[in-house]
Structure formats: C-alpha cells, structure tokens
Design a binder for this molecule. Structure first.
Ligand code: NZQ
Ligand code: ZN
Length: 404
C-alpha cells in the first residue's frame, strides 16, 4: 500500500480521533478460479518484450507455468525467463533481472509466484529505470519517479505483495534484509487464483497464515481511538483465520479454505485495514533483520518474535490486548484485569501457532546469543522506532533475548 499519515499525535496523548490519511491503491485485483484467462487481455496494453520472473520451479508443479507460456506464445510476445528467485530473495537475482531489462529493452515484468518473486520483480522494475545501483535505493530509502510496469500471478497466500507497493530484498554480502516502498512499483494487475495454492507445502501454508495474521495484528496494536469498524474487520479476519487454518492443514486440497486465506492475505496488507491509524510493525522490523543474518523463513521468525514483542508492549496499552484476547480467542475478561486477560490472549496465540507447527524459539534455527548484537545493529540503522510501543536498541535486544 501507499499510505501517508497526515497527523499522528497519539504519543502526545491526543487519543480522541482517527488519523487523517490519504490512501491510494491502483492495483487491479483479479480473483477466483480460472482468472488466469484474463492474462492476455491485461498484457495487451503493454509492449511485447516480457521478463517472466519465477522461483525454484514450483510453478511447473501446478500448471501455471504452462498456462502462462501458452498465453504469451499466442500473443507472440518475446519472453525472457528469469528463474531461481529464492525465499528471502537476493539482490544478485535482482541485478541479473535489471541487466536483462536493459539489454533486451523489456516492456513489462510478469512475476509468477509468492512474495519473494513479486518483491524481486518490483526491485527489478525500479532498478531498470534507475541510473545507480538498486541497493542504494533500498538501503537509503530513496525515492524514484518511474519504474517498469509489472503484473503478478500469485501462487502463495501470505505477504500481500500482490496488492501493495512494498518489497523486501536481502543483500547476502552485507547480511541485510531491507524493505522499501514506492507507489511506482504497485502491480498493474494481480491474478489471484486460490487453486494455484493447493500445492503449497504444509509448512509454507501455515507460515502464510501466520504472516497474514501478523500483518493484521501489526496494525491492530495502535494507539488510536474511534476505530471500532476497523477493529471489527481485523478481529473478524483473525477469527476466520483461527477457524480456517487448522481445517486447511487437515484438508489442503479444499478450495474453499484456500480461497478464504488468499482473500485475507491480500486484504491484510493492501491499505484497507490501516486506514485511520498507524500500527507498530516492530516485530516485522526485527524479523527482517533476523532473516537477513540467518536466512530463516519470514513467518517462522514472526511466530517466535511477535508474541515476545506483545509481552514487551503489553503495558503500553493493556486494554488493546484484553480486547484482542476476548474477541479473537474468547478469553474471559470478567473479574480480571486487562493485563491478565492480555497475557492469556498472548498465550492463546502462541499455542495456536505451535498447533499449526510453527517454531517457538530462535534457537530452533541455531541462533545464539552471539549474533543478537549484529541483528540489533541492523535494526537500529534507521534510528528509534515503534508507534505503539517506542523501541530503542535495549528494547530490541530484550525482545531478541526473550525469543531465544
Ligand atoms: O521458489 P518456488 O519454487 O516458487 O517455491 C516457493 C518457495 O520455496 C514455494 N511456493 C510458492 N508457491 C507455491 C510454492 N510451492 C508449491 N506450490 C505453490 N503454489 O514457497 C516457498 C516460499 O515462497 P516465498 O515467495 O518466499 O514465500 P512468501 O510469499 O511467504 O514470501 C516471503 C517473502 O516476502 C517478504 C518476506 O520478508 C519474504 O522475503 N515480505 C514481503 C512483503 C511485501 N512485499 O509486502 C511483506 C511481508 O511482511 C514480507 O516481509
Ligand atoms: Zn510479513
């Protein structure tokens, strides 16, 4: 999403109204079974030189590769394939893609895959129209004035990248994983057919649900007031995911469950839920730094870090945690303090994610005390942060230590 907060006085104690905001999202969202049939029509307004970006080959498992190639051939497009995008996508592949765009005069970039493929395509699109190195844009948070157009065919419900203006790229040399946003990298269209997600393995399916829940919760823990409607959207989405995820893991072929999760994944991070207030995003910021150093799956890191951050942030506004606990997990609040109910809600969330198979400790990935300093250094490069609960280096280290 491209999102601009005009007023944010919450930390100064003004809590009586929503933030004013401007929200802009131009992505054409094409959802449902068979929606791949729209591909030619969507591509027809762009030139014929197409860079087709994908990952390690899963797209050849569920037929989408053949379908895309067939449609591109019918259009007599000049197709250049860039495969090998890895999870925690690397700068090196982005550089390769930028090279192809410049050399072959690419008109349009088509990303087919999950968040890593889409994020790489966005970075290539920005880098292809930028004179300097694309890493400079990302690491220094620079602005651009143009990018190549991109479109996506989503095969994994998780990040929301299909309908937002963000990307996250890893520089393996510096061990940094950094997010960057520009309205110029919004996809022109995103084709979202839940049937393509049926082949997603069990762990990635669970991670997808966890990432989606975290996107909703990163926004939910805010300091605003007057947001009953947004709270209701978020709580209903979370309840639906809590109900649907275990059923989906038992019946991974069930289209109806895939459909609900895919819809939720896009809505969770396309700007809809964050209108009127600004969430915290601390767990994501710390997780990106952890993945940059240790290359762990994004949502596995979140499953460990998010509940620890919640415990750290609980006293910033216990009422919010109590509301979360009762409305999402049915925790009883009568006769208890908001803090007590909040603690039980955090435990319920942890138990739920463990039940889905998520890891509980950073040490499950071999992460030890000795790398926490490097992770905290990466996190603090942009200075102190945290809109719900202010964070400094000590706070980051405290969350990391409690997550070991
Ligand atoms: O490489 P392939 O063969 O495509 O396999 C992938 C990969 O191994 C596989 N997969 C995808 N679709 C499949 C499938 N396997 C079988 N059947 C299918 N239909 O799943 C594995 C993980 O793919 P990946 O794209 O890495 O997962 P995800 O969509 O969770 O993306 C994670 C990346 O997105 C970033 C994360 O940090 C991470 O780098 N994020 C991007 C955001 C954004 N742009 O807005 C926000 C998020 O918070 C997140 O940070
Ligand atoms: Zn995420």
């Amino acid at each position: 999403m491209y999102y601009k907060i005009i007023k944010n006085n919450f930390l100064k104690g003004e809590r009586d109204e929503m933030n004013r905001f401007i929200q802009y999202n131009p992505v054409k969202w094409i959802f449902g079974k068979g929606s791949i049939n729209r591909l030619q029509a969507e591509l027809s307004q762009f030139g014929k030189n197409i860079l087709f970006v994908y990952g390690g080959g899963s797209i050849k498992q569920h037929g989408v590769y053949d379908e895309v190639i067939k449609q591109l051939e019918e259009m007599e497009a000049n197709v250049y394939e860039l495969s090998g995008v890895e999870p925690n996508p690397r700068l090196a592949v982005v550089h390769k893609g930028i090279g192809i765009c410049k050399e072959k005069n690419i008109d349009f970039i088509l990303a087919v895959g999950g968040g890593s493929v889409i994020d790489s395509a966005k970075a290539i699109a920005a880098g292809a129209k930028y004179e300097g190195d694309v890493w400079e844009l990302i690491a220094e948070g620079k602005k651009i004035s143009e990018a190549l157009p991109i479109g996506t065919v989503l095969t994994l419900a998780a990040t929301g990248s299909e309908m937002n203006a963000g990307l996250v790229i890893t520089n393996a040399d510096t061990r940094e994983k950094i997010d960057w946003h520009s309205q110029h990298v919004f996809p022109q269209f995103s084709i979202c057919d839940p049937a393509y997600t049926v082949t997603v393995p069990r762990d990635q399916t669970a991670f997808g649900v966890i990432d989606i829940m975290c996107h909703i919760m990163e926004n939910y823990f805010h300091q605003g007031e007057g947001t009953e409607l947004q709270d209701g959207f978020s709580e209903q989405l979370l309840r639906m995911l809590v109900e649907t995820a275990p059923r989906l893991l038992e019946q991974p072929d069930q289209y109806e469950y895939r459909e609900k999760v895919m819809y939720a994944g896009t809505v969770a991070l396309n700007g809809t839920l964050q209108s009127g207030y600004r969430g915290d995003w601390t767990a994501h910021i710390i997780e990106h730094a952890v993945s940059g150093v240790h290359d762990i799956p994004h949502a596995a890191g979140l499953a460990i870090l998010f509940p620890t951050w919640m415990e750290y942030a609980l006293d910033s506004r216990p009422a919010r945690f109590s509301q979360f606990a009762s409305r999402v997990f049915g925790v009883k609040t009568a006769g208890r303090t908001e803090r007590e109910a909040g603690v039980e809600g955090i435990q319920a969330l942890r138990n739920f994610w463990r039940h889905l198979g998520a890891p509980a400790h950073l040490s499950n990935y071999g992460i030890k005390h000795d790398s926490l300093g490097e992770i905290a250094d990466h996190v603090m490069k942009r200075g102190e942060f945290g809109r719900f609960c202010p964070m400094n280096r000590d706070g980051v280290l405290s969350v990391l230590r409690a997550s070991l």
